[in-house]
Design a protein around this ligand. Structure first.
Ligand code: FDA
Length: 378
């Protein structure tokens, strides 16, 4: 074996695929019982509807190199992501756009009129002087829109009143002065035609790649554990960086999500794939309805059943799946210390969202793995 990859998410699989294609023998281990990290999906057994087990995953990129690369393993549907939000029992389009504004103010403002209104409302605070997230939000879009669409949703995401959250969490709140409610602005967007798991499996499908699931890098009773491999052969590690160093510089903080999945005896529950719930009296942040991600599969989906998933957000304990870095000043200091430790770790490269303590979209994880391969491993 020439290379050990810890973690079979998009970062690890991209490294493994590139290494295998260049003739190296690679072993990929993952502690989960399935391949693919957080992008893994599976068909709900009673309906055959593809469910994204770790939250909705929409592929989008403007990076031509990444787009060319991913198309070697899958084609993409022409799905275009749009999100709506329920506020006080009324549904509005997101991101905040001219449609949201006119519906909210029961008006027919032109783009210039809406821009002038938001500018006037935002005058209550200066963004530069904002002492907390609430003041920053008001300084960016004005109090009425902030209180309706941002305040309670943010409080649910962070389990914290936005008055107690740092202003830096948001740098901007995009407002579009057109009726365009396309969620992503990227050049390419779509969902893998045969699903995420087929795509991920094709990346690993090479005679030079061996995948071992249910194998934890820190379990000395299993093959390919840390003590047996580091220093013996090159390792690319995509697990949590603080865990690698036994939390020597403290645990980095994460938010996690809880998902409640349900099969309903109704053909269509909400008419769209993602509905946010903006208000405090609804405990979840959003509901996903998976059949809407693949309208082209309508003939395969049951007409009288659907699968929905409610999403709840909270701070993660060490036992939870880490999803989004919290990034407090303590976390940033810890990360600097872990980066120093990582530099001194001979023969080990740290990558991916857990290994670098960074939120990465899929195209960013793949792009950064391609760079690591080209610049440090090839
Ligand atoms: P990933 O977490 O996928 O893989 C790491 C792997 O390492 C895991 O499989 C884990 O089990 C394994 N591992 C950890 N410790 C180990 C150990 N000790 N031993 C062995 N294995 C170990 N992106 C996007 O482009 N569009 C989207 O819509 C979304 N949506 C989204 C929703 C949610 C809720 C989240 C949390 C994330 C997204 N993403 C996303 C981001 C996407 O999930 C992310 O880009 C990829 O998961 C990154 O791949 P990695 O390989 O870096 O990590």
């Amino acid at each position: 074996m020439d290379l050990l990859v810890v973690g079979s998410g998009f970062f690890g699989l991209t490294i493994a695929e590139r290494a295998a294609a260049s003739g190296r023998k690679v072993t990929v281990i993952d502690r989960r019982p399935h391949i693919g990290g957080n992008a893994y999906s599976e068909d709900e057994p009673t309906t055959g509807i593809e469910v994204h087990r770790y939250g909705a995953h929409l592929f989008h990129t403007s990076n031509p190199g990444v787009w060319e690369y991913v198309n070697r393993f899958t084609t993409f549907t022409d799905y275009v992501h749009r999100v709506y939000t329920n506020h006080k029992g009324v549904v509005f389009p997101l991101p905040i756009n001219l449609g949201t504004i006119n519906q909210f103010f029961q008006a027919a403002y032109s783009p210039d009129e809406a821009r002038a209104l938001v500018h006037e409302l935002a005058g209550e605070f200066d963004a530069k002087d904002a002492a907390n997230l609430e003041e920053k939000g008001i300084a960016l879009i004005g109090r009425p829109l902030y209180e309706a669409f941002i305040r309670d949703y943010t409080a649910k995401q962070w389990q914290t009143d936005p008055k107690d959250l740092p202003a830096e969490i948001i740098s901007r709140l995009p407002v579009r002065y057109t009726y365009d409610n396309r969620y992503f602005n990227d050049t390419w967007e779509g969902l893998p035609t045969d699903g995420y798991t087929a795509w991920l499996e094709r990346m690993a499908d090479h005679p030079n790649i061996e995948v071992r699931l249910g194998t934890d890098f820190f379990d000395d009773s299993q093959p390919f554990h840390k003590t047996a491999t580091v220093g013996q052969l090159p390792v690319v590690y995509t697990g949590p960086v603080d865990r690698y160093f036994d939390y020597a510089e403290g645990a980095l903080s994460w938010r996690t999500l809880d998902f409640e999945q349900e099969v309903l005896d109704v053909g269509d529950f909400q008419g769209t794939s993602v509905m946010n719930y903006a208000d405090a009296d609804v405990p979840y942040t959003r509901i996903h309805e998976f059949k809407h991600f693949h309208p082209e599969r309508a003939d395969r989906h049951p007409s009288d059943k659907t699968v929905i998933m409610r999403e709840f957000s909270r701070f993660a304990t060490r036992e939870d799946e880490p999803y989004y870095p919290v990034n407090t000043p303590d976390d940033r200091a810890g990360l600097v210390a872990y980066r120093e430790l990582a530099k001194g770790e001979q023969g080990v490269l740290f990558g991916g969202r857990l290994g670098t303590y960074q939120y990465l979209d899929m195209h960013m994880a793949i792009g950064s793995a391609l760079s690591m391969w080209n610049n440090q491993l090839a």
